[in-house]
Design a protein around this ligand. Sequence first.
Ligand code: MLT
Length: 275
Amino acid sequence: MDLHVRTAGSADDGTIVFVHGFPFDGSIWDLQLEALPPGWRGIAPDLRGFGLSPLGVGDLPSGRKGGAGVAYPEEVVLTMDAAAEDVAELIERYSEGPAVVCGMSMGGYVTFALLRQRPELVRGVILMDTRPGPDNDEGRENRRRMASTVRTDGSTPIASAMLGSLVSDATRKRHPQVVEKLRTIMEGTAPETIVAALAGMAARHDFTPELPGLSVPALVIVGAEDSITPPDQARAMAAALPQARLEIVDGAAHLPGLENAPVVNRLISDFLDTL
Ligand code: MLT
């Protein structure tokens, strides 16, 4: 799959791939690409169907009623595995060796899938506002409802509903441009991508039992006010990882890279220095 990518920097020391969350695109990482430490190349793809990348329906599975909790018969499913295969291709194309992978929320689910499929391609992970566990029944039901709204009313109502919990009050007051950027990205995401990604997330694998066996260094970052993937989940994930450092970012909720970029950029830079 030929994904649209943004790149920055040169790769003397290594490559870091930034994987966005749902329903965003690679532009959520613009502030990180601008601030990479010297010697590091950053790559921020638009995952399939998001931003300027095609969904590539032909090589994605279709949902089956009852299968792994997914009940979107006849729908296309953007599995976390398919997205991870695309990221693996990118690493093979852009990186001389294994890369650092920084995944935010759904991007974290994709990172976990990549670690299962192709661990040899990963030299370190940054897990930002994400969680290793699968959806519970209520979560899957919410996704079904969301998919149904998007099918009938398009992406705009979802963008409005999600915006309420994505950023902190401080961000809303002090950085209204962040809210507008997120709204524009979400409203621009194709309804078929949203439905396909909801089905893929609902069917994702539980990575929790695999955390203790993860042999690469990890940095876990979470916004102090994140209610979608709260700090307690990040704390538990970091505790289960053998080589992890946890950082909680003040003034931020689900998108600390946009809400408090100076702090996140320093954390990323310090982590890359340790590799
Ligand atoms: C995301 O930001 O990627 C989503 O909140 C992930 C999810 O819906 O589980």
